[in-house]
Design a protein around this ligand. Sequence first.
Ligand SMILES: NC(=O)c1ccc[n+]([C@@H]2O[C@H](COP(=O)([O-])OP(=O)(O)OC[C@H]3O[C@@H](n4cnc5c(N)ncnc54)[C@H](O)[C@@H]3O)[C@@H](O)[C@H]2O)c1
Length: 251
Amino acid sequence: MSDFEGLRALVTGGASGIGRATAELLAARGAQVAVLDLDPTSVDKPLLAYRADVTDDTSVREAVAAAVTELGGLDIVINNAGTGARGTVEDNNDAEWHRVLDVNVIGMVRVARAALPHLRRSQHAAIVNTCSIGATAGLPQRALYCASKGAVYSLTLAMAADHVREGIRVNCVNPGTADTPWVGRLLDAADDPAAERAALEARQPTGRLVSAAEVAGAIAYLASPLSGATTGTSLAVDGGMQGLRLRPVGQ
Ligand SMILES: NC(=O)c1ccc[n+]([C@@H]2O[C@H](COP(=O)([O-])OP(=O)(O)OC[C@H]3O[C@@H](n4cnc5c(N)ncnc54)[C@H](O)[C@@H]3O)[C@@H](O)[C@H]2O)c1
């Protein structure tokens, strides 16, 4: 499929996990792709790589401007860079709340703000935000992370409304637990990584973790010009975790 032929895309957090899989998929389907990441050293051609921190407005503006110059314009933004936090509302101090909201929410705002003037010139403008099942389901020990992704969900709807008449579509994907380096780090830090992995797998009706490629496929669906009538939606990629209520096996 070459539905992205002639289109130019920017993927934040594109050096690892879901962002990396998305950047590679968009490129395979014909897009020219620039990756913006804290550490883009592992990013290879044909992907373009820019070092930037989404919490630093100047570095975002400089990276977006450099990418737009190199790409000759911009049609698609995948707002994917994100960070995690563990605990209940009693466990994270104010500094930790500000840090996570700065990356997960305001980071997307900074990238969108820098990109919008360029997207307005595109015939197929689309933004896809990486949200989470944490926006729509209460997950234990994830108060701050869930709050940040709930904000991403509402931001997606508000941006979709603001920019629909400019021809810019805005949607989000809500992954369940995905098998990425991020989750690998969480498992490594657990007392019993194998038991922790089994618990995460059992939480999803499919009985396994979501792959980064499966989330990338959903992001590409939303970003594609073939989805020109789709805006203001969230697409769950969670092995059925949000919508299904299974009975225990054998009952
Ligand atoms: N893995 C999961 O289970 C899961 C589930 C739901 C949602 N998500 C979301 O998917 C997105 C990607 O997660 P992943 O699992 O692929 O993680 P990952 O750690 O594999 O990749 C995240 C990338 O983002 C970059 N990044 C982090 N902070 C940044 C910053 N301040 N500026 C620029 N780049 C930054 C990192 O360098 C890294 O390359 C995140 O928004 C995360 O919240 C992940």
